[in-house]
Design a protein. Structure first.
Length: 367
């Protein structure tokens, strides 16, 4: 009987020691992973802010990186408690990091990006949801659910943007980063879901916090590699008013560029919905080679911009010709390959600085 009691006591003691060791290892892993994530994101913040001249893209990327790093470190309960009142502004920056990531992606894929007032909506909504809980703790659950809904909507928009831009993007480094974004977004969504459920239901699983730390670490490292490896290509010098070829073309490049120019002169750009894949098939060359030719040889960073420039030049010719003065602008837009009048008007105004009708009136008056 004494032997059985001793065996049970010994077994219980060993189990408790193993449990304590597991807790210690989990806590150590938690600290190491969060510290690693914080270190990587801090380094990325410095790299992005060191880019000169300062660009909105780099600033948004730095804010995202900083917010992710703050969350990785400050969300650990002992650290959060030690911060005292300083935890409130730090947590706000951390909660805004998904919105900064959204702004970063929008600025990254749009060479003519300009911050517009409506873009402040998502970060403002997240800030309001956070700040309203300070005097009204009873609204905390509703606030967290609202935060999750906003962030998931932003992530869906990011996936749509990357999918759309992947088709027309001519910058190899940016296309590589698109793959990283496609990898990051599901991880970010997973991290947000786990984190919010963990906090909302006050779960205290031994593995929950290290699991969150692991996701944060992987996201930080993936973002870090994506930025550090192709930083110069992602953030080139400001785009000139007209595309600038780099002139570093081989004889084969010059031959294929001449073939491309012949196709454009023959009006291939008038085909509605023309894709770079279709154009590469016409030239019987790989798509990646055609992307490089247009980017390096002609200075374009986006296939749609390349096509639109040719279409707008043809539109200018037809709008300024007296013999076509009575032709409907809508008819011209359809003839040029546009699916409707709105994208034609937008593309024309972006390049010429006035609407097609204003351009026609101005040129015909001076003719």
């Amino acid at each position: 009987m004494f032997g059985c009691f001793f065996s049970r006591t010994l077994g219980t003691t060993i189990f408790r020691r193993m449990e304590e060791q597991a807790v210690s290892l989990a806590l150590l892993a938690d600290f190491v992973l969060r510290g690693g994530a914080g270190g990587v994101t801090l380094l990325m913040t410095g790299l992005l802010l060191a880019i000169r001249p300062i660009r909105e893209t780099a600033v948004f990327g730095a804010l995202f990186s900083l917010g992710a790093g703050i969350y990785a470190v400050a969300s650990l309960p002992p650290i959060y408690a030690a911060l005292g009142p300083a935890a409130i502004p730090l947590k706000l920056v951390a909660m805004l990091s998904p919105a900064f990531f959204w702004l970063f992606i929008m600025a990254l894929f749009d060479d003519e990006f300009a911050f517009r007032p409506w873009m402040a909506g998502p970060p403002a909504a997240i800030a309001v949801l956070f700040l309203v809980c300070l005097p009204l703790p009873a609204l905390e659950q509703a606030s967290k659910l609202g935060h999750v809904a906003i962030v998931l909507a932003l992530m869906v928009h990011i996936l749509r943007m990357t999918h759309r831009n992947l088709r027309d993007d001519l910058v190899a480094a940016r296309r590589q980063f698109t793959g990283i974004v496609a990898f990051l977004v599901p991880l970010v969504c997973l991290a947000i879901g786990v984190i919010e459920i963990y906090e909302l239901f006050d779960l205290r699983s031994m593995l929950a916090s290290p699991a969150i730390a692991l996701v944060l670490f992987v996201v930080s490292v993936a973002f870090g590699f994506g930025i550090a490896g192709i930083r110069k290509s992602l953030f080139p010098e400001p785009v000139a008013l007209a595309p600038q070829p780099n002139g570093a073309n081989t004889a084969a490049d010059r031959f294929d560029l001449a073939r491309l120019e012949k196709l454009m002169a023959d009006g291939v750009y008038l085909n509605p919905g023309l894709t770079i894949g279709e154009l590469a098939n016409r030239m019987n060359i790989p798509e990646h080679r055609l992307r490089r030719l247009i980017n390096k040889g002609l200075g374009y960073r986006n296939f749609a911009a390349f096509i639109n420039d040719h279409r707008i030049e043809e539109a200018k010719r037809r709008l300024s010709a007296p013999e076509t003065a009575h032709e409907q602008i809508t008819s011209i837009a359809f003839d040029l390959g546009y699916s409707s009048l709105a994208p034609f008007n937008r593309a024309f105004r972006e390049r010429i600085g006035m609407s097609p009708s204003q351009f026609r009136e101005k040129t015909l008056q001076t003719a």
